[in-house]
Write a protein that binds this ligand. Structure first.
Ligand SMILES: NC(=O)c1ccc[n+]([C@@H]2O[C@H](COP(=O)([O-])OP(=O)(O)OC[C@H]3O[C@@H](n4cnc5c(N)ncnc54)[C@H](OP(=O)(O)O)[C@@H]3O)[C@@H](O)[C@H]2O)c1
Length: 214
């Protein structure tokens, strides 16, 4: 249901998609407050509350979780995290823990950045983890849950990700002849859909496929 003066919590606001989410939410008059939990401080903005915290060690009862909705663009890779388990601790563990805390504090809307191919029975550890977080978020009981499944993300990063760079080059060349769902997903499109999902708060579960994110 449409609502004004929304409070939204962002996790992953310093990332490729998260930076767009932050800009769009701060500019959107439907949002009165944007609370971004980050490891590095963000530039100040009158609507922004920016606790710089360790997400593994969040204080109990913090009022940051008293929000209407949560947007997650949080994620890592096995290479950056150091092991499959450390990757899972972020993409599954932190997402689930924060989703539960916010729901316990009254949040009714959640929007997750998952992945094309997410499936709890996938043979790929990455896609299985993404499928499991989707499945277990659904079990929490948010009134409005939106899951985005982008394909390979465009945009620029400070660190090199060789396989992603090769994939982007190949998909960039083949893009015009590929079906939309296999094309590069644009981070700003993903961000628009995430913010729109929280602003609208349509009841039920919603999947936004990569075909709408190219
Ligand atoms: N890359 C792709 O092609 C692709 C494709 C499909 C789906 N996805 C998924 O889409 C989502 C967004 O992707 P992205 O490329 O925008 O991600 P990104 O640029 O790597 O940003 C990830 C965000 O998560 C934060 N983060 C990671 N580990 C953390 C930790 N331990 N504690 C606190 N914050 C942590 C990062 O914070 P710092 O800035 O402090 O590191 C950053 O804000 C991810 O879930 C990703 O798996 C990505």
């Amino acid at each position: 249901m449409a609502k004004e003066n929304l409070r939204v919590l962002l996790i992953g606001a310093t990332g490729v998609v998260g930076r767009h989410v932050l800009d769009i939410a701060l500019a959107d008059t439907r949002f009165a407050k944007v609370i971004a939990l980050t490891r590095r401080p963000l530039p100040a903005h009158p609507k922004l509350i920016n606790p710089v915290v360790d997400l593994n060690d969040l204080p109990a009862g913090a009022e940051w979780f008293s929000v209407d909705g949560v947007i997650s663009t949080l994620g890592t890779t096995q290479r950056i995290a150091g092991s499959p388990e450390a990757f899972r601790a972020v993409d599954y563990g932190l997402n689930l823990a924060i989703a539960k805390k916010a729901h316990d504090s009254g949040a009714t809307r959640f929007a997750l950045t998952s992945s094309l191919g997410a499936d709890p029975s996938s043979r790929s550890y990455y896609l299985r983890t993404k499928g499991e977080i989707e499945r277990d978020l659904e079990r929490i009981g948010y009134e409005s849950l939106t899951i985005l499944r982008p394909g390979l993300l465009g945009g620029t990063r400070s660190e090199r990700r060789l396989s992603e760079d090769l994939g982007k080059t190949a998909l960039g060349l083949l893009g015009p002849i590929l079906p939309a769902r296999w094309r590069i997903s644009r981070p700003e499109r993903v961000a628009e859909e995430l913010v729109g999902a929280i602003a609208k708060g349509a009841s039920g579960g919603h999947i936004i496929d990569s075909g709408r994110l190219a």
